[in-house]
Write a protein that binds this ligand. Structure first.
Ligand SMILES: Cc1cc2nc3c(=O)[nH]c(=O)nc-3n(C[C@H](O)[C@H](O)[C@H](O)COP(=O)(O)OP(=O)(O)OC[C@H]3O[C@@H](n4cnc5c(N)ncnc54)[C@H](O)[C@@H]3O)c2cc1C
Length: 490
């Protein structure tokens, strides 16, 4: 099969409004935000997909996948296009992007049973707006909330800003429907819990489009009490102090919705109006009034315990205002891209990892030291730092951020800047037993470490791939390393 015959076959299966071969859209569909600078400078080196297709039902998804499976056509599932790690990048000549644009219905909002069912192409913001009207929330609030869609959110194992209270998407998904490459449609029913063997929701959650296409999702709902929200902010001595306070709050059983610590550099870009060159610690408590009051006391007790590291309390209104402007709309995303047309400057590359409480500060310090001493372009860095933003009983994450001036050809930027930086972060994390990937997914640019990340358990991941996608048609190069993809990586 070639590009023309593939297109001819697709035209037999779908109507004209479901097939997009617009050259600009195909160029856009050939990479995601990982290569945003190369993309905007029009120097992408990857093949373009043959078409973007928009199925209108699960049965159309099933027919498309079955056809691709039988004919060796690569498939890239697509939602809100906010992927950051290459999950939407194309490495194959014969590729169809299956976009959830028309799978856009909110199917049921069940306030009594506290759950809502949506199709994969519903943006999170849309459901959140509907349930907020009735005094509820999904509890899910990634910064990409206005744009990201449910299929993408579930398949990347996304996490939101209020995760310390509500959990990640894996804690919210009740049941789902997904389609496998052979066309099989699987529905996982909605129950409060079950012990019917392994939890098969997790085959779909986090699969990044490499095992199945998610078509429908049911998530939990929570009561929403915005009038009780309480905010806390402190300037602190160092990241270690902040991590110790986060731990103190968590191990004593408190669940603030937000619990974060920012390094000096990272605080500078978020809290430039008050950080005063210092690290910043913030909390938010939400829920019913009694819980908020108890959580506030727990936060204050933890801060008191480490008072030697506290430099100043910050006006809570400043923290509240900051939260209200944190999310990225499509316009913010477009403006960033527009800015890159003119400027040789990179703001906003990140690598997020996780580890236990005692290991996180070690990873953080090792990474800072290695980047400053080993990275040949360290002088081009305009920001190097990070924040911990998602905490658990046994540990937390670290979201490394690095901005830099680009002094090379656009096509070399990833090789000269991003990849060496990311390599140091991943190496230090894996060396100390952390996870190289806290919430953005592996995509195509951390796949070289997938085997090391999972160690002996990689057997389980590999076996799932062989079982569900024996012909390897699902999102070639994502999660699973591929020899043929190396030419696009470095
Ligand atoms: C400004 C910004 C802020 C962000 N903030 C956060 C954050 O706070 N927390 C966080 O976790 N992430 C964040 N991200 C990353 C990103 O938003 C998430 O990974 C999100 O879950 C992706 O959803 P999407 O609908 O845009 O998916 P897409 O970008 O379209 O796809 C992402 C991946 O999921 C696969 N996929 C998409 N739809 C399906 C489907 N129906 N079935 C199977 N696979 C599918 C794709 O193949 C791809 O591998 C942010 C990104 C941006 C740009």
């Amino acid at each position: 099969m070639n590009r023309e015959t593939l297109l001819a076959e697709i035209k037999k299966m779908l109507s004209a409004d479901q097939i997009n071969t617009n050259p600009d859209d195909l160029y856009d569909a050939s990479a995601d935000r990982y290569k945003k600078y190369a993309k905007v400078r029009k120097v992408l080196n990857v093949p373009q997909p043959v078409a973007i297709v928009y199925p209108k039902s699960v049965h159309e998804v099933s027919r498309l996948l079955k056809f691709c499976n039988e004919n060796g056509i690569n498939v890239i599932p697509r939602g809100g296009k906010t992927a950051t790690e290459g999950g939407l990048e194309n490495w194959k000549e014969l590729t169809l992007v299956i976009d959830a644009l028309y799978l856009d219905k909110i199917l049921k909002v069940d306030y009594y049973n506290m759950q809502a069912t949506v199709q994969a192409g519903v943006p999170l913001q849309q459901l959140e707006d509907v349930v907020r009207e009735m005094g509820f929330t999904t509890g899910h609030s990634p910064q990409s909330k206005p744009v990201a869609k449910f299929g993408g959110l579930v398949s990347t194992r996304s996490i939101g800003q209020f995760s310390t209270l509500y959990g990640g998407i894996e804690d919210m998904v009740v049941g789902l429907e997904c389609v496998f490459p052979n066309g099989h449609i699987a529905r996982i029913k909605n129950v409060s819990r079950r012990a019917g063997g392994p939890d098969i929701r997790h085959i779909a959650i986090g699969n990044e489009g490499t095992l199945c296409y998610i078509t429908e999702v049911t998530v939990k709902l929570f009561k929403y009490f915005p009038q009780n929200n309480a905010f806390y902010g402190y300037l602190i001595k160092d990241v270690e102090t902040g991590i110790s306070i986060l731990r103190e709050v968590m191990v004593n059983g408190y669940r603030p919705s937000v619990a974060r610590v920012y390094s000096e550099g990272d605080a500078g870009q978020h809290f430039y109006h008050f950080h005063d060159g210092k690290c910043v610690l913030i909390f938010m408590a939400e829920g019913n009034a009694d819980i908020v009051a108890a959580t506030g006391k727990g936060i204050e007790a933890a801060v008191e315990k480490f008072s030697a590291g506290i430099l100043k309390k910050v006006d809570s209104k400043l923290i509240e205002d900051w939260f209200n402007h944190l999310n990225w709309s499509q316009k913010d995303i477009d403006d960033e891209i527009e800015g890159m047309k003119e400027q040789d400057y990179h703001a906003g590359f990140t690598t997020e990892i996780s580890a236990d409480w005692e290991t996180i500060p070690l990873i953080y310090n090792n990474v800072m030291r290695r980047i400053r001493t080993e990275f040949p372009r360290a002088k081009d860095l305009t920001l190097l730092g990070g924040h911990s933003s998602h905490s658990y009983i046994n540990g937390t994450n670290m979201y490394f951020v690095y901005n830099y001036k680009i002094h090379c050809n656009p096509e070399d930027e990833l090789r000269i800047y991003h990849h060496p930086l990311q390599t140091i972060i991943v190496e230090e994390t894996l060396k100390l037993g952390g996870s190289m990937c806290h919430h953005h997914g592996i995509g195509k640019y951390r796949n070289e470490w997938t085997k090391e990340e999972h160690g002996s358990a990689y057997y389980m991941l590999e076996t799932l791939k062989k079982a569900f996608d024996p012909n390897g048609i699902m999102n070639f190069g994502t999660i699973f390393p591929q020899e043929d993809g190396k030419k696009y990586q470095k």
